[in-house]
Each structure stands twice: as structure tokens, then as C-alpha cells.
Ligand binder design. Sequence first.
Ligand code: GLU
Length: 284
Amino acid sequence: MPTLRFAPSPNGLLHLGHAFSALVTAAWARRLQGRLLLRIEDIDPQRSRRDFIEAIMRDLAWLGLEWEEPVRHQSEHMDDYRAALARLDALGVLYPCFASRAEIRAAAGAARDPDGAPLYPGLHRHLPPAEIAARKARGEPFALRLDMQAALGLARERAGGRITFTELSADGEARRIEACPERWGDVVIARKDVPTSYHLAVVVDDALQGVTHVTRGRDLLAATDIHRLLQILLELPEPVYHHHRLVLGPDGAKLSKSRGDRALAALRAAGASPADIRRRLGLD
Ligand code: GLU
């Protein structure tokens, strides 16, 4: 059964960009006669808030979305992510990294990953085992990073050479894209504060929830490189992808909570109807 999901992070109120993503996902679910799931991506204990979860559900219901229960809250499933970490560790593709953000920034120089963050230059890739043991014994916090070259070698061997994914256009035309995970360097798979990262949680959950079609914004297209790599390493099924256009503000920049773009709740309070929102998003 085609299965789709909308997966917001509850660290703010939904804005028009989220409404677009949710409505596009619901339209695909209808078109494919599939199921629509809701997943709350609340792995970040600092930024996730219960009142935002409630507000998200209110906004989505107001827009007319209906999703199947139960809603999956990532914060309740850390054991699933720990199990996936253990599998990756058994493959020998993870290593602990104790480096601070400042150290990484300084060592990266001008090199950037596709998100524009400093590209991790492999600082702790080959720490001597005795140093790792000593730092752990001192209680130094560490992230787990993917040894990208080792991971790629294994994944390419399993995938018969190339790592690819299927991208559907808005009108359903399929095209095969070659993933290029190396441009991310040794990505963080488990953060210092939680035993997962966005990348690990998303691939584990998409598989556990039986998601067949991943619909999300183009800002996450490059992340699909990592997701396909992890799916191959963890032997998870491969969904197809649709990365939709982004809703831009009047200045041409992507909408964001931090820029203070207007929340759906504020538009609703100012008298907008769900039909007004759809029209504004060019959906009717
Ligand atoms: N939680 C992510 C976000 O709000 C979306 C994750 C995804 O769709 O893969 O940007």
C-alpha cells in the first residue's frame, strides 16, 4: 500500500512552507490511494516543545489533513535508533568524534557541506584506541560519525557500483539520480546529546513505518544522498522521492521560523480560510 508521511520538527509554528509540504503530501496520498502518516521529529530536546506539537496538529487539521493514528514521536523510539547504530558499528563504519564546533570550524577552513556548514575535515577519524578509551573514561561527550570512505566502499559493493535513487517530478515522471554522499564528508550519525541524528532517525522511521514515497522540500534533496547510503548499509527498503519546490518569501529567500515569517495560526487569526491558503500557495 502506498504510504506517505508528513514529518515536521516541533521547534516552532508551521508557516506557509510547511502547509505547502503537508498539502503536497496529502495530494500524493490521494493520487496514489495511499495512507498518510504524521511523524513528529522531536529528537532535539532543546528545541522541541509540546505546545508546538499541539499547534502543528491543530494547524494540519484546520488545513483539512487527515492522518492515520498512531502518530510516531521520534523521542519515544531511541531504542530503534540505538539498534541501527549497533548495526552500523558492527560494519566498522562509525567512529567517535570528541571535537567541538569551534575546533571543526577552525580546521574546515572554507570547505562547506551542501547545507553550508563547515565540512568536517576528518579530525578524529584515526584517534588511537587508547586516546578514545581515555577520553571516554573522562566522560568527554562524543558524537558518532560515519567513516564516509569506508561506508561508501561497502555500500557501492552492495549496490553493484553506484548509489542511486528515484525522483518523481510533480507530474509523476520518474528519473534516476546518482547520489553523491562524499560531498557531506564524515557526517554525524549520532549526536553528542542524543543517540541519533536527523539522518539516522529519518531512514529508520521511514522503513519502520513502511513509507514508500518520501515527499519533502528541495532543501532536503542533497540529504537524500546520505539517506540512500544508510538504507543500503542497514539493508532497508528504498522509497521513491519527490522533492517539491520551496515556498519563497517576497525577498526570494526560503521561509523560516527564525526569520519570523508569518505562522499559519497568525494567518488564520487574521481571517484567512484554508481555501485562501491553498490559493496563496498556487494549489488551486
Ligand atoms: N523534519 C524535517 C523538517 O521539518 C523533515 C524531514 C523529512 O521530511 O525528511 O524539515
